[in-house]
Design a protein around this ligand. Structure first.
Ligand code: SOE
Length: 380
């Protein structure tokens, strides 16, 4: 018999759907002691909350997140709302003794993130941040190969996340669908939205970053604001680039933008080591490219590993070898690992503290770009 774990989800957008799907699917594919129950969804609009609840099978709705957090029949609060609401909800949820899952980035900035870390650690409640790309099987395989020492000493870590959906200067900022363009709601632009993913993966695969030198640009300086109806200054960064030094001595090169015409979600990373290199591309997410210099010269070359075999990470839980899975499965894996962590007492990462370390890198990027100088990354 599985133990029910009652989920109260706040928000109903793109991430609300990805998480709801993960809760609904996880016990079909993973053997776990806990079973998420879609207990309540919360949105300011009762109509929208009801429509979402009906579609995804939530048992009830709330329109005030404070009420949801206080409900005795809720075990876990899942935060899928804009970044400027994460801290208040997470701190209240931890105070009410709930487990807390939070969408990325953890917070608007490091100081706010630290308050959230302190709240969950003080309350001793399980917590996790949805940096889902760690759980793409090919990315998890990259971690395995690096940890086995196959790459040897690492020289370079290169990552980029490119999109093109904000090039139109007529696109307004703010409001439900466009809060990512409003600095008050998002905290930053591509730095917190896209580079955050690259940094989370990088810290996991390659260890801490010591210092960075960044530049950011805002290509469209003013946009109409959906909430005020007025043309207002744009406060987010549209593009962010940095170079840096990892603690292990390797060099970092990172780029993200929403102005790369033709690219929708081109997240790639490449790691060059003394013996081998690895390359991954979100647009081809079930493959890992691997080059090993120790291969016999005649057949040496980049291998494209189709990460679908039963002994590849997570894949034994899905179909049969050769049949690939996709983006939504990374969320299923994250829930599975979280629930396993509750069972074993070994928490799934990234928890709030781990995600706070990413937040400190984001702060360093914005500071470096602003002050036009190298910045030492604070350790969390
Ligand atoms: C932005 O377009 C976005 O949806 C991010 O917010 C997500 O975190 C990323 O995974 C895909 O792109």
């Amino acid at each position: 018999m599985t133990k029910p774990l009652n989920v109260g989800m706040i928000g109903y957008g793109f991430m609300g759907r990805a998480h709801s799907n993960a809760y609904a699917q996880v016990n079909h594919f993973f053997d776990l002691q806990y079973r998420p129950v879609l207990k309540a969804v919360c949105a300011r609009s009762a109509d929208k909350a009801r429509a979402f609840a009906e579609k995804w099978g939530y048992e009830s709705v709330e329109t005030d997140w404070r009420k949801l957090v206080e409900r005795k029949d809720i075990d876990l609060i899942d935060i899928c709302t804009p970044n400027n609401t994460h801290a208040d909800i997470a701190i209240a949820a931890a105070g009410a003794g709930k487990m807390v899952l939070c969408e990325k980035p953890l917070a608007l900035n490091g100081a706010e993130g630290l308050r959230m870390v302190e709240a969950v650690e003080k309350a001793r409640v399980p917590n996790m941040v949805w940096y889902n790309y760690r759980r793409v099987p090919a990315v998890t395989l990259a971690k395995q190969l690096i940890d086995e020492g196959r790459l040897g000493r690492i020289f370079h870590y290169r990552a980029k996340f490119l999109q093109d959906w904000t090039i139109n200067p007529e696109l307004p900022q703010g409001g439900t669908a466009l809060w990512r363009l409003d600095v008050a709601a998002a905290g930053s632009g591509v730095t917190g939205d896209l580079l955050a993913h690259c940094i989370d993966t990088a810290l996991w695969l390659n260890g801490p970053l010591d210092s960075i030198n960044a530049m950011t640009e805002t290509f469209v300086k003013e946009r109409k604001h959906n909430l005020t109806g007025k043309v207002e200054k744009v406060g987010i960064d549209d593009a962010a680039l940095f170079m840096g030094r990892f603690h292990n001595g390797s060099l970092a090169s990172f780029e993200s933008t929403r102005y790369a015409r033709g690219h929708k979600a081109l997240y790639t990373f490449e790691i060059n080591g003394e013996h081998a290199s690895i390359f991954w591309d979100l647009h081809d997410l079930h493959r890992l490219q691997y080059f090993d210099h120790r291969d016999q010269g005649l057949v040496r070359g980049w291998r494209s590993i189709h990460v679908t075999d039963g002994d590849h990470p997570y894949m034994g839980n899905w179909w049969v070898p050769g049949l690939q899975i996709g983006y939504e499965h990374s969320f299923v894996h994250q829930v599975a690992d979280f629930l396993k962590g509750l069972e074993t007492g070994k928490p799934a990462m990234p928890d709030f503290r781990d995600a706070y370390r990413t937040q400190l890198v984001l702060d360093a990027i914005l500071q470096s770009a602003h002050e036009q100088k190298w910045v030492t990354v604070a350790r969390g």
